[in-house]
Design a protein around this ligand. Sequence first.
Ligand code: DHE
Length: 547
Amino acid sequence: NSPAGAYEPSMTTLGQLNIEIPGRKPGDPVISQAEYDKANTIYFERCAGCHGVLRKGATGKALTTDLTREGGYEYLRDFITYGSPAGMPNWGTSGEMTEEDVDLMARYLLLEPAQPPEFGMAEMRETWKVLVAPEDRPKEKMNDIDIDNLFSVTLRDSGQIALIDGATYEIHSIIETGYAVHISRISASGRYLMVIGRDALINMIDLWMEEPATVATIKIGTEARSVETSKMEGYEDKYAIAGAYWPPQYVIMDGDTLEPLKIQSTRGMIFDEQTYHPEPRVAAILSSHYRPEFIVNVKETGKILLVDYSDIRNLKVTEIEAERFLHDGGLDSTKRYFLTAANARNKIAVIDTKEGELTALLDSDGLTPHPGRGANLNHPVHGPVWATSHLGDETVALIGTDPEGHPDEAWTVVQQLYAMGGGSLFVKSHPTSEHLYVDAPLNPDAEVSGSVAVFKVSELGQEEPEYTVLPIVEWAGITEGQPRVVQGEFNKAGNEIWFSVWNAADLTSAIVVVDDKTLQPKHVIKDERLITPTGKFNVYNTRADVY
Ligand code: DHE
């Protein structure tokens, strides 16, 4: 008979342990309710982002039961344990999941996915809190923090962010947030810092207060990755927008209070085959500098939406057909063109934010482009280019972005660089820097995931430019675990780049500050409060889209 609370997805009344579920192999294990709940949490925290709540796949492969049951328990267990250079983390061998967790997840994936509830205006308003009303906030900046050179650092597993001073490297404050804040964005005035947890909780932090603190919060769903604010002249700080993975929707909010004003579902037809998709998740959102519009990437249906916020009651949305599995992206150096990865399709879509149309769709010449916001460089031969690395291999694509000065090369891959290996997530440069930095945090090899490759921009004219390896983990002096070095971020002056040394939650992590001129370590920030640091956002660079 079934143990108390056993989870049997389609035949609960039978109460048998070895019941035949269609496609399940005899002997495939059943799991208890407690295990199922734990696995749901792990799936939400570790897996749903790539594979989808309904497991239909995007950055990661589809994990619907027709596929998982065909692969079977052992295949799943080994894949979760060892990962793959195509981007699947080695959850087992890195120590991030115990053997029991891996076993549980392999069994869980043989069961049908659970569908979380919807989250409409009533639910949102219930979670919405204004902690300090706009009229009770300071009228001018009340502290002596150099806000423009402040870094907002995600402390992933502790559900916090750290505000770190860019000059002294001191942690100014630690602020409680949602779980695993994904990104930080700054309002156009530079006053409000918006962060969003993957649990879809937004914190709006007032940097003018004597002690910067949260002044409003709201939950916009159950899973999310993106938040942004209106940047067009005349609309500074007027609206905020956030995109959810679940339910698939975006919401426009008041820029002073986060009051939810308008929710738009993204469910609908896939752009090319025109079949219905139940979970088109909202990935990157950027604010246009040319029109009062938010640029919204809808992942599974392959549409880029230009959401006009000049009249949100008569909302006009331009729907651009791009490519499926849109993920992250950034602006070129003129801020006119938005380059974004359709990562599982190995494509980059280019949007002209001034004309509001698709300019190009190009093959990025590598496997699974993953640019973050990308990096803008002035190439010695090809002029202005934008760079992306790839999750699936060691290539870095340089794409021409100068239709005026280099018309033949615009929106083509003008050069391919070869960095350390697969598993790269982010590239970074700065207008004053002579370097291009490429990380590889998801590479299964600890030496690679613990280092960063640096190319000299002036040497990019050579046939196969060489790179220098910066042993960031070694510089951090961390010997335990398999810390991953992730996401370089420049300070305001552009003479230092900061890297997170992201270790397991119970082990020491750090931030290593590298001198951009000498490529030597300048400072190591270690502090017991620095738990699992990942993304870092310099206030000025983020606000002004400098990268
Ligand atoms: Fe991210 C950006 C989604 C995993 C750190 N990540 C983004 C964006 C999206 C996204 C949609 C762009 C937001 C924008 O610009 O509006 N990320 C996802 C996922 O779905 C994915 C693949 C799996 C998941 O479960 O979340 C994923 N991301 C990660 C991580 O594992 C990282 C390394 C650590 C973490 O904190 O979770 C991570 N993602 C980041 C960072 C950025 C980001 C630091 C912003 C980079 C930038 O410089 O702009």
